[in-house]
Unconditional design. Structure first.
Length: 127
């Protein structure tokens, strides 16, 4: 989990990537995700379902302060606390976006709001 924190958590951009680096020029064929541009959606951006599992894993490990910090990164209202944030996130700040782009010039842009399972977070009560 320390490797996840070091390699995939981008605090400055308020996102947790699914993996890094994205599939781009490799000969590997991971399926449909390679159809997305590198850093977008499941191809190396934040895929929020996986990001939530990261938060839950830290909570289960008893690292509640880190879990809370990472939960705060995912909290949609935190993406839109000022006009630049609103202009970057571009989706409703009261709905968890299913994905957040992780590549310039769209870094921090939310995608697929109101997607199945994205309207709420299931965080353990002891988090």
């Amino acid at each position: 989990m320390d490797s996840v924190d070091q390699r995939l958590v981008r605090r400055d951009e308020r996102l947790i990537q699914l993996f890094d680096p994205p599939f781009d020029k490799s000969a590997l064929q991971p399926g449909y995700i390679k159809g997305y541009a590198p850093g977008v959606r499941e191809n190396g951006g934040q895929y929020t379902h996986g990001a939530i599992w990261t938060v839950m894993a830290f909570a289960q490990l008893g690292e509640t302060e880190r879990a809370w910090e990472l939960f705060s990164l995912l909290n949609p209202i935190r993406h839109a606390t000022d006009l630049p944030g609103v202009n970057r996130y571009k989706v409703e700040p009261y709905v968890v976006a299913a994905d957040v782009y992780g590549v310039a010039p769209h870094t921090g842009r939310g995608g697929w709001s109101w997607y199945t399972g994205s309207a709420g977070l299931d965080v353990p009560a002891d988090c």
